[in-house]
Design a protein around this ligand. Structure first.
Ligand code: SF4
Length: 351
């Protein structure tokens, strides 16, 4: 799930201290001239939900704990990306990152790198963790909320937890996260009847809704293109009730954004399937077991964890990263005949 990144916040911060030219390190540039600035790190493949567009109710093969990157290993790789390659933003993902024990300890370590540190979460435990994560240095959160109907919520996540997510959203706001963004994956015939209600939720609660097109990354393989509700359809549904004005182009950030003409906030759509934005992509990913992926839909990956555990130096690992980025493709091929689904589901990659 390509979610929003804080380039605007980061440029401001970089402007204050050092321009990118003066910042130590060098740029990590892919074969298409795109500069990598955003690293997504999955800290676990486990989750306390079982969302239908992500994983089956039962039978997921979890990683053995010894196969998952330790906090030291995550911090080491993150510092290579930040100090050697000027990565500006790090987003923590999962599975569900908050099920990783002592997450605030990791956040505190990564915050020391001075990056724009964000997290994508299902929000179910934020009521307990929001202020601790905020104090540890987390800057922004995206919280998943695909329906406001408690019955449908339980059908979609296989958990009776809508109330916990709503409490989590309030806790995130109370902890001072701003903006709090809400991600909603829209699937035709499932929750596309709630687009306007979710938009209203954002307007009423002072949070920015991010509608995400359904992507072929579900573990059960039930994704079909006719289940995708595209950006144009989502925007038309909202604008029919709340007139919108499109905001300037996004740069590398995944979401197209609009402001409500009546001034009550903004709304975003991430059109990965119908309007791919790969041309400006600045993202790379690390899975929970340290596999380096140059694209969400990549079909190959590079084992940085084994490299670390085999005693390789930072120089050797950096060389692996550069070689890998040298293979980054122009973009996903979802709409093309040669599209091959990755052999991992969303929860095994991280949003
Ligand atoms: S290249 Fe891959 S990661 Fe980048 S925007 Fe396209 S799909 Fe997303």
């Amino acid at each position: 799930m390509d979610q929003g990144s804080g380039h605007d916040a980061m440029d401001q911060r970089m402007g204050d201290e050092l321009s990118m030219e003066e910042a130590p390190g060098s740029d990590l540039v892919d074969p298409f001239g795109r500069i990598i600035r955003d690293l997504r790190i999955s800290v676990t493949d486990r989750c306390n939900f079982r969302c239908t567009y992500c994983m089956p109710a039962e039978g997921m093969q979890w990683l053995d704990r010894s196969a998952v990157m330790s906090f030291e290993e995550i911090e080491r790789l993150a510092s290579i990306f930040v100090h050697r390659y000027r990565v500006e933003g790090i987003r923590l993902t999962g599975g569900e990152p908050t099920v990783r024990a002592h997450l605030a300890v990791l956040v505190r370590r990564l915050a020391k790198l001075g990056v724009d540190l964000a997290m994508t979460t299902n929000g179910a435990t934020l009521r307990l963790l929001a202020s601790e994560l905020r104090d540890a240095g987390l800057k922004r959160v995206n919280i998943s909320l695909d329906t406001l109907d408690p019955v449908k919520f339980e059908q979609m996540t296989r958990r009776d937890s809508l109330h916990r997510v709503l409490d989590g959203i309030e806790a995130a706001k109370a902890a001072g996260f701003d903006p709090v963004k809400i991600n909603a994956v829209i699937e035709r015939g499932v929750n596309d009847d709630e687009i306007v209600a979710l938009a209203e939720f954002g307007r009423t609660n002072g949070v920015e809704m991010r509608f995400i097109e359904f992507m072929p990354l579900d573990a059960t393989g039930h994704w079909m293109s006719d289940k995708v509700v595209g950006q144009d359809e989502i925007v038309a549904a909202i604008a029919a009730v709340y007139p919108l004005e499109q905001l300037p182009a996004r740069g590398a950030a995944p979401a197209d954004r609009w402001r409500y003409l009546d001034g009550v906030g903004t709304v975003g759509v991430i059109p990965t399937v119908t309007k791919p934005f790969c041309g400006d992509c600045d993202r790379v990913r690390l899975t929970a077991e340290g596999q380096f992926r140059t694209c969400l839909f990549a079909t190959d990956e590079f084992d940085l964890l084994a490299a670390m555990r085999n005693g390789e130096s930072d120089d050797e690992i950096a060389a692996r990263i550069e070689r890998a980025v040298g293979t980054k493709w122009a973009g996903h091929q979802i709409n093309q005949v040669n599209f091959v689904r990755p052999n991992r589901s969303m929860s095994q990659i991280g949003g």
